[in-house]
Design a protein around this ligand. Structure first.
Ligand code: SF4
Length: 165
């Protein structure tokens, strides 16, 4: 099956590895609680960052790209790193798009949140891992209904709480 990335964004990838139901609701444009304080904070930070973001392909926004000895490094700044796995997979998705779209040979990334830094390698192994994840997501997001809610620690700060509990 040809990979169709229409429903998939960095945020969807982040949500998918956190809570599949959240990813489905987000991808299907179900509006989260706009008064939720985490959503308001996210919007405010996005607004502040807007001028500094680099825009690729009209949809992929990255905070910074540097080049050192022929290697590209993309950097994403986050206000918190409560979900390192989600942050890493989101960045790996951006690396995947850049590597494929711009046919770059070497690109790695890092997520920075205060003093915490996570490195993400754009290795062939990671590209294959992302391709596998995207295929699973494509199949999952095409389902007519989301899976049932399952309580996890992230529910407390999720903007879809009202849809679930
Ligand atoms: S409230 Fe919990 S189960 Fe519902 S979408 Fe959010 S994280 Fe998932």
């Amino acid at each position: 099956m040809e990979l169709d990335l229409d429903l998939i964004t960095g945020t969807t990838v982040h949500y998918y590895v956190t809570c599949k139901r959240e990813a489905w609701l987000y991808a299907h444009k179900i509006a989260a609680d706009q008064e939720d304080e985490n959503i308001l904070m996210g919007k405010a930070l996005a607004q502040i960052k807007e001028d500094n973001l680099l825009d690729f392909f009209g949809c992929l926004k990255i905070d910074k790209v540097t080049k050192h000895k022929g290697h590209y490094l993309i950097i994403e700044y986050k206000k918190s790193l409560k979900n390192p796995k989600g942050a890493k997979m989101q960045l790996l998705f951006y690396i995947y798009l850049l590597k494929k779209g711009l046919k770059l040979r070497s690109i790695n990334g890092k997520v920075v949140s205060g003093k915490k830094v996570l490195y993400v390698e754009g290795s062939e192994e990671n590209m294959q891992k992302m391709e596998k994840l995207l295929k699973q997501m494509q199949h999952f997001l095409a389902a007519p209904k989301p899976p049932k809610p399952k309580k996890i620690p992230f529910c407390k700060k999720c903007g879809y709480r009202n849809y679930c509990y």
